[in-house]
Unconditional design. Structure first.
Length: 461
């Protein structure tokens, strides 16, 4: 399996090189040349596999230059850090199927991909005799998951930018209390979009990228999307009855990475009726689906900060397929976006979008009310991001089709929102006990490319 860029100007490369490249050298995002199509007999054969076995079968289709034994070992090592035997279990509450993605080291869905990617990076660097300086931006959960994926690993340095004061307190502490010498946290005075734009700019500075061997852990790295594809299959196999019937996945998303993994699973042949794209007030993606309006706006702080994003980096991957795999059209759209402030779509293109997606923007009042009412009805506590997905599913999925809502984080990471909703703090997992008393380390900088570039140059090794 070879990989190409959405911008169309790189020579196709293998999986290992795609992982190490991160962002394509032409500024695009990497995608497989083809997405494998699965028949019903394959899906039935996968139905009873363990999570690790299923991950191996899915990833093997895309990582064809990895020795099977090595890939299996990396998968087994990565998911040994999870606290639930099923890795991503599904629970049913009041007719809603909740896919719990928060049983990893940092209690968020990002662990599913970043535990694997951290081990994969270490493996590839050792194989090549190389070092890497990982640079990433986070709206909350990616940063801690990436840090926990590579802390203390050989030949890896990591720099994570987060918007100062715009994550939850626990999200910030999960990053800044990791004191391993290879971990560098940067709190930027700005928004997540500022952080993400700086990271993309650094990767597009090819001499800088090459000199400091930059690596990507954000969902611009294809390996992250691939790891997330697995749990769509796993959840489907535990919910669909009869086998072969369709389901709806409700995905709270801001950067389009998690829902794009579901789109890949659907293209592979998973019986998905619709992908429900659930957003908060930062609703550029919901406006795209419901109104055909992909126009940039200002970021609004909310109780679901991991979705406080306007410019969704993984959206480019979907546009590549929406534009019939025409890289020239992709280049044209993104070249005009900074000045035009929007991307326009034809009626035929929007008809295709609505054949795949439905969407709902859920505001803060609705989010808090959903946490409250769902707890009153079921005794189950939702985090605010998951509540966005549950509210959207309850409103839009009314025809009896099973709705699988992705629970993207543990509620204890967003205790302030939970207290507003139910009147008490959610129980804390052991990994969060006493986190406020731990020593922390973080560099506060302006959201300025040159300042952050200079900091990386100073600390890189």
């Amino acid at each position: 399996m070879n990989y190409i860029s959405t911008r169309g100007t790189i020579t196709p490369i293998g999986f290992k090189d795609a992982v190490m490249m991160g962002l394509a050298t032409d500024g695009g995002l990497l995608l497989p040349e083809t997405i494998p199509a699965l028949d019903r007999s394959t899906l039935e054969a996968w139905r009873t596999l363990s999570y690790q076995e299923l991950a191996f079968n899915v990833m093997s289709l895309f990582a064809t230059d990895m020795p099977a034994g090595d890939l299996k070992r990396l998968i087994d090592t990565s998911y040994a850090t999870f606290t639930h035997a099923e890795i991503t279990p599904v629970v049913k509450k009041d007719g809603v199927h909740i896919l719990e993605l928060f049983h990893g080291p940092t209690l968020a869905f990002k662990d599913v991909a970043l535990q694997f990617l951290g081990n994969l990076f270490e493996y590839l660097l050792k194989e090549r005799g190389e070092r890497m300086n990982i640079v990433g931006a986070t709206s909350g959960d990616t940063g801690s998951a990436a840090i926990y994926g590579v802390r203390g690993k050989e030949n890896i340095n990591i720099f994570i930018l987060h918007p100062h004061g715009k994550t939850s307190p626990v999200q910030a502490l999960q990053m800044t209390t990791v004191l391993d010498p290879n971990v560098h946290n940067i709190a930027a005075r700005g928004t997540f979009d500022d952080c993400q734009n700086i990271v993309k700019s650094l990767f597009n500075d090819l001499p800088f990228k090459e000199r400091y061997a930059l690596g990507a852990v954000n969902s611009i790295n294809w390996a992250r999307v691939l790891a997330q594809v697995v749990y769509y299959f796993y959840a489907y196999f535990r919910v669909a009855e009869p086998f072969g019937s369709e389901v709806v996945f409700s995905v709270p998303t801001g950067n389009f990475g998690d829902i794009f993994a579901g789109y890949v699973a659907k293209r592979m042949g998973l019986p998905v009726q619709k992908l429900l794209l659930a957003t908060n007030e930062n609703n550029i993606l919901a406006r795209f689906v419901t109104e055909g309006d992909y126009s940039l706006g200002d970021v609004v702080p909310t109780v679901s900060p991991s979705m406080d994003i306007q410019l969704a980096s993984n959206f480019e991957r979907y546009l590549f397929y929406l534009f019939d795999e025409d890289p020239a059209r992709v280049c044209q759209a993104f070249a005009a976006l900074p000045t035009k402030g929007r991307i326009d779509f034809s009626p035929a293109e929007m008809a295709r979008v609505r054949d795949e997606f439905i969407s709902r923007s859920v505001n803060e009042t609705e989010t808090i009310e959903t946490i409250s009412s769902f707890h009153a009805e079921t005794g189950y506590i939702l985090d605010p991001h998951t509540a966005v997905g549950v509210k959207a599913a309850r409103e839009l999925v009314t025809d009896g089709t099973p709705a699988i809502c992705l629970a993207t984080a543990h509620p204890a990471k967003f205790a302030e929102a939970v207290v507003r909703a139910v009147g008490f703090e959610p129980p804390r997992p052991a990994s969060l006990e006493g986190i406020e008393q731990l020593p922390s380390r973080c560099q506060l900088l302006d959201a300025d490319r040159d300042s952050i570039k200079a900091f990386i140059e100073e600390k890189a090794r």
